[in-house]
Design a protein around this ligand. Structure first.
Ligand code: HEC
Ligand code: HEC
Length: 399
């Protein structure tokens, strides 16, 4: 294994803290087989690196343990102070299929040792850990599933079967990162200000504190550009996040952002195609039965395509006009994020599974779909009647 140059150094918070995230060798993560998922057992320590798109999405850390463990030392905090009750309170989700029957009933959910056991069983969605025989966390890393998966709550709130692609809007990433013992008070204050379901994917570059909602990773197959500001196609953004946010060991360069990171070996780039293909299999969830009025939704469709002028940008079947972008003023959106991105505009958000992930707009400025419609009615001077507005909401709930 060749020695890696200190290529993935990151500066958090305007360089207040510079941490070298360099790995001598890639750390591998557990690779559960279908049989292992059906018959839960402690996750193997080590094992091969994830290779299928689904395993990569769920389990690949790209060697980011160098950051989350060696630099941020989050493993120490988890081991000492994060019991399962606390873990659930900050929005972490538990994959019940990894646990033997009766495990939770018999476990002490107020003991950090139980969290370590859950990690050992590969049952904490989006966290990958290597646990020693003595019950210590040797390595802790994060995966894509941390932010872009949740569970169906079939066992208890926060505990159930995985739902890949569903944004974890309960996850308080900022509160979790702020647990790190190496961060200064000012940086912690920024992270603590984010709140659940929000993350800022540019903060460590530009120092601006303006988090966005974690979006779904489903329903993107026919969408030309990803992210709220339309930064690029899916693999561009996956690479950006894996290297510059998760701090995995990979290469990412973009002259527009002034970033040129070269890692040797590059653990990220070769896996991007299968990771993309897996995301393309993630379809938006159908609205729950009875969650909208079909007759009103049909009337709302007419408003969407006509008096509401929605379909001029939200073009079916994807409900976006990407790669076209829009100025913030066109939709009355807050302009800060558009200025921070490289495009200066906003992509028309594809309306996949809109019922599933309130609040709405990149910064969550609309709490409900009713608020969304009221926003457009006022901003675009649509003059929709109350009936047209409620019908439009029913249509949005049907998507
Ligand atoms: C710490 C939380 C976090 C992690 C981990 C994370 N993401 Fe994201 N992801 C976000 C946020 C926040 C955005 C929105 C960024 C924006 O639009 O400016 C996003 C955007 C996306 C999008 C674009 C969605 C859209 O509608 O445009 C996709 C796809 C995606 N992420 C997939 C991934 C994959 C694959 C990984 C693993 C390599 C990953 N994410 C890791 C938080 C995360
Ligand atoms: C000029 C183009 C344009 C028009 C017209 C338009 N939208 Fe949008 N829509 C956008 C853009 C751009 C965004 C992203 C704005 C943001 O996140 O700040 C968006 C976001 C949304 C969202 C938020 C989705 C999410 O997951 O956060 C909904 C819902 C929505 N629009 C519905 C509508 C409806 C209903 C209408 C008609 C009344 C409409 N839009 C008219 C461009 C448009």
């Amino acid at each position: 294994m060749s020695k890696v140059p200190c290529s993935t150094s990151v500066a958090l918070a305007l360089g207040l803290l510079a941490v070298a995230a360099c790995a001598d060798e890639p750390l591998s993560s557990p690779r559960p087989s279908a049989a292992a998922l059906a018959h839960p057992a402690p996750a193997p320590a080590g094992g091969g690196a994830p290779s299928t798109g689904r395993e990569i999405f769920r389990h690949e850390t790209w060697g980011d343990e160098a950051f989350w463990t060696n630099a941020l030392r989050l493993h120490e905090v988890v081991e000492q102070a994060v019991d399962p009750v606390t873990a659930l309170a900050v929005g972490l989700k538990i994959d019940a299929t990894r646990l033997p029957p009766g495990f939770l009933a018999g476990a002490d959910l107020t003991s950090p040792a139980t969290t370590v056991e859950l990690l050992q069983r590969d049952a904490v969605v989006g966290l990958n850990a290597k646990v020693t025989a003595a019950g210590r966390i040797a390595q802790l890393g994060i995966t894509c599933a941390l932010c872009h998966s949740t569970v169906d709550n079939s066992v208890a709130p926060g505990i159930g079967r995985r739902l890949d692609g569903w944004p974890n809007r309960d996850l308080n990433v900022g509160a979790i990162v702020a647990l790190s013992p190496v961060l200064d008070v000012a940086t912690k204050a920024v992270f603590q200000s984010w709140g659940p379901g929000r993350y800022d994917a540019y903060f460590n570059h530009d120092g601006t504190n303006d988090p966005v909602l974690i979006p779904p990773a489903y329903g993107l197959r026919d969408v030309a550009l990803e992210t709220y500001t339309g930064e690029g196609p899916i693999s561009y953004w996956n690479s950006y996040v894996a290297v510059t946010q998760m701090h995995g060991q990979g290469s990412f360069s973009d002259a527009r952002l002034g970033i040129a990171i070269v890692a040797q070996p590059d653990l990220v780039t070769p896996k991007l195609p299968v990771l993309r293909d897996y995301q393309f299999t993630l379809h938006p969830p159908a609205p729950p039965p009875g969650s909208f009025d079909p007759m009103a939704a049909e009337r709302g469709r007419v408003v969407f395509n006509g008096a509401g002028r929605c379909a001029s940008c939200h073009i079916p079947p994807t409900y976006t006009d990407a790669p076209l972008l829009h100025t913030p003023a066109e939709t009355g959106s807050d302009p800060v994020l558009a200025r921070r991105g490289t495009t200066g505009g906003y992509r028309t958000t594809p309306l996949r599974g809109a019922w599933q992930h309130p609040p709405y707009f990149h910064n969550g400025s609309a709490a409900t779909l009713t608020d969304v419609v009221a926003h457009y009615n006022a901003t675009l001077l649509l003059g929709l009647t109350p009936q047209q507005q409620t019908d439009l909401v029913q249509f949005l709930k049907s998507l």
